[in-house]
Design a protein around this ligand. Structure first.
Ligand code: 3H9
Length: 707
């Protein structure tokens, strides 16, 4: 086995004929850490100094060219050389520099390629400037070179969306000069370099490219992007700065433009949004690494059964079908089965109507869907997901049937949102095969999948659930069994805090607005109206008997439901929806109901600022998040963050509630909770974990080590 010296550079170079082959080898994705930056600069220095070198070829080892700056370095003290300087060094080289791209050339990776003089890409390459997704802008010349090379409009669309372009598209856009015929990146790159040398190809610098020559056209593209961005990028900091940088590319000489870009980049780097978005980036990768995924091998999943063809069952069926797996749907009678199938078809018909799917593709997918009214049709299923009515007796009856018909080793999953999965598992002969797969509605769209781990489940079943999530392109979060698991348990608490605020004097419309202004797409009362007020009402009635009689209970929502106002589907709820409108308008009658309820409860209403509303709302969310971690329902604070980000619309640029708590300071959150507790000590009980962390002077991040 070859051994490398301990401090070997991740960038090596060797002479191949007249070409200096420079290889970046920094697993896992060749990120541009300090050593790589140093290595690249040194390689260019070597090329300049060595007469035998006539051209330089930069390639990446492994599966990618270069995936960008090393995100882990952000927020750490900077180490020279800075990437913009390295890119300038590459561009200034007096010998032709060629970038040969396979896999990811993203962010700083693409900026290195843009600084090179010629670019080749092979099939499978992904090129993009995704910095905006991390709260940043391309900060190594990308905002200056890309518009000069491919024009303002295309460059802006790449930088503002952060999307990846294929090799083919990049070629069409002029981002690369050549498409490799094979996927042998080394052979393709060397051949291209030889060809350029043979043709005496000159050094050709992107800084001199002329795609901005038509100033009127470029200015129009910038103006359009600015208007669109101001409208769309609610609360985000970096998108408008990207537009400013492209304006600078149009207005300023190249070197001044670079200085302007650097200044904007550093401002983004310092922003809490960057910290939140980078946290989200790592957290969503970290959640995949549950202990069982390391200790056990997943079982093979080739056929899936779904029980129930209602909204949830059909959505799950679509998610599984979209992953290319066959689905057998079980319903109690032919009519229900037909309805279930119709629910599935409706999803694809919607896509066809929007032009996003061809009818042939629908037919192909539906060929994998079969249905039956007999559980016996599940005899060969590797995995069965139950999505029937939320009632313990009904669920246990389903599991008894599964126990009877399923083959040994089949994974038996329940999509329950609240019920005790330990009790479901214990009711059959094979509790080790039972797991919770909690999808969020609409199940084919929402990214979150809570993987609920009951006591007796075997590790390979949990590993299988994580593998399934990967196949379904969901973001899995491991959760323990409790009422509501991670997400709905926390939701219940911050929703209650909102109800208290409403009864104490804030209107539902003010609360919704404050929550939207914080960055959520919708406020809690808009969500109720969208989902249907009757759902929560049924749960409240079911739980009335077990509710703590001492706990404060706000009855406003009940009064609204008693009138048959269930939200959008009935034309009114907390809001009015005249003639099927999708956005509601405030309802004076609801305000009168609230007024009457305050009087009934003996409450003199007081005014809350939006900030005061959000402090309570967030304190409730954070405190219950801490409880969930404390009780080991969530493995780490970051699992709570990912749950809220992907299942509840928490603004990604704030990183999640636990990251947000660290940002405002846990001591401040605890002080707020203690203050609120003076009014309602039963509801506002500080989580023991929060108290402990404040005492130790630590934050939630300190608990985010790998599970
Ligand atoms: C930038 O470039 C700024 C510049 O403009 C200016 C500078 C002055 N750094 O996703 P995966 C890790 S901003 C450090 O699971 P895949 C990742 O955490 C950057 N680490 O693999 C994971 O680690 P672990 C712009 C990174 O095959 C492992 O690599 N670039 C970085 O599904 C595998 O990742 C981007 O935003 C990084 N840049 O996808 C690109 N990237 O194994 C971000 C990844 O410990 N990266 N890691 O969990 C990606 O989009 C995907 O990782 C990629 C591979 C498509 C490359």
């Amino acid at each position: 086995m070859a051994t490398h010296p301990v401090n070997a550079s991740p960038v090596t170079h060797e002479l191949r004929g007249k070409v200096l082959l420079v290889t970046v080898d920094n697993p896992p994705v060749n990120a541009l850490g300090a050593d790589v930056r140093r290595g690249l600069a040194a390689a260019i220095g070597h090329a300049e100094a060595n007469d035998a070198v006539q051209a330089v070829l930069i390639v990446g080892a492994g599966r990618n060219f270069i995936a960008g700056a090393d995100i882990r370095e952000f927020g750490q003290p900077p180490q020279p050389p800075a990437l913009p300087d390295v890119c300038n060094r590459i561009e200034a080289c007096h010998k032709p520099v060629i970038a040969a791209i396979h896999g990811a050339a993203l962010g700083g990776g693409l900026e290195v390629a843009l600084a090179a003089h010629y670019r080749l890409a092979v099939a499978g390459a992904k090129l993009g400037l995704p910095e905006v997704q991390l709260g940043l802008l391309p900060g190594a010349g990308g905002t200056q070179r890309a518009p000069r090379l491919i024009g303002a409009e295309t460059a802006l669309s790449l930088m503002l969306s952060g999307r990846h372009a294929s090799a083919q598209e990049a070629h069409k856009l002029g981002l690369v000069d050549r498409l490799g015929a094979s996927d042998d990146i080394l052979a393709e790159g060397l051949a291209y370099a030889q060809e350029l040398l043979a043709g005496h190809a000159p050094v050709r610098r992107t800084r001199d490219a002329q795609a901005l020559a038509d100033r009127t056209q470029a200015q129009a593209a910038i103006d359009a992007a600015r208007a669109e961005t101001a409208k769309k990028s609610r609360g985000l900091f970096s998108p408008l700065k990207i537009v400013d940088c492209v304006q600078a590319a149009l207005d300023l000489p190249f070197d001044e433009g670079l200085r302007f870009e650097r200044k904007q980049f550093l401002e983004c780097l310092e922003s809490p949004q960057r910290a939140g978005l980078v946290h989200a980036f790592f957290a969503e990768r970290e959640v995949q690494k549950a202990p069982e995924t390391k200790s056990a091998k997943p079982r093979a999943i080739e056929t899936v059964g779904v029980i129930g063809g209602g909204t949830m069952g059909a959505g799950i069926a679509v998610a599984v079908l979209d992953a290319g797996l066959p689905v057998t749907m079980i319903e109690r009678d032919d009519a229900s089965l037909a309805r279930g199938r119709a629910h599935v078809e409706k999803v694809y018909d919607g896509l066809i109507a929007k032009g996003r799917m061809k009818p042939e593709a629908k037919a192909q997918i539906l060929a994998r869907l079969s249905g039956s009214t007999s559980y016996d049709a599940l005899a060969n299923a590797d995995l069965v997901i139950e999505a029937v009515f939320e009632d313990m007796a009904v669920k246990q009856a389903v599991f008894a049937e599964l126990d009877r018909v399923c083959k040994p080793g089949a994974v038996l999953a329940t999509n329950t949102s609240y019920l005790d999965i330990d009790a479901i598992a214990a009711s059959i002969e094979r509790p080790q095969d039972v797991v919770g797969l909690h999808f969020f509605s609409p199940a084919n769209i929402m990214k979150l999948l809570e993987i609920v781990v009951p006591k007796q489940v075997s590790a390979d079943v949990v590993a299988t659930a994580f593998e399934l999530a990967k196949k379904l392109r969901k973001v899995p979060v491991r959760a323990g069994v409790c009422d509501g698991f991670i997400g709905n348990r926390i939701l219940a608490v911050f929703r209650t805090a909102a109800d208290h605020l409403m009864e104490d004097g804030a209107s539902p419309y003010q609360i919704d607005k404050a929550v939207r202004d914080f960055g959520f797409p919708m406020g809690p009362y808009q969500v109720v109206d969208l989902a249907g007020g009757d759902i929560g009402w049924a749960t409240r009635k079911r739980r009335a008997a077990t509710r703590d009689p001492k706990a404060r209970y706000v009855q406003i929502a009940d009064r609204i439901c008693e009138r048959g106002w269930f939200g959008q589907k009935t034309g009114r709820g907390f809001y009015l929806y005249p003639e099927g409108a999708r956005t509601g308008t405030p309802d004076p009658e609801v305000e009168a109901i609230i007024e009457a309820e305050r009087e009934r409860a003996g409450i003199t209403p007081r005014a809350f600022t939006d900030e005061a509303i959000m402090r309570r709302y967030m304190a409730a969310m954070i405190n219950e998040g801490a409880n969930v971690v404390h009780e080991k329902i969530a493995l780490r604070p970051l699992d709570v963050d990912v749950t809220l980000l992907y299942g509840y619309g928490f603004p990604r640029y704030r990183g999640g509630p636990m990251k947000y708590a660290d940002t405002v300071g846990l001591a401040n959150v605890l002080a707020d909770i203690r203050e609120y507790a003076k009014e309602d000590p039963l509801f506002w009980r500080p989580s023991p974990l929060l108290v402990e962390l404040v005492e130790r002077g630590e934050n939630f991040a300190s608990l985010n080590h790998s599970a």
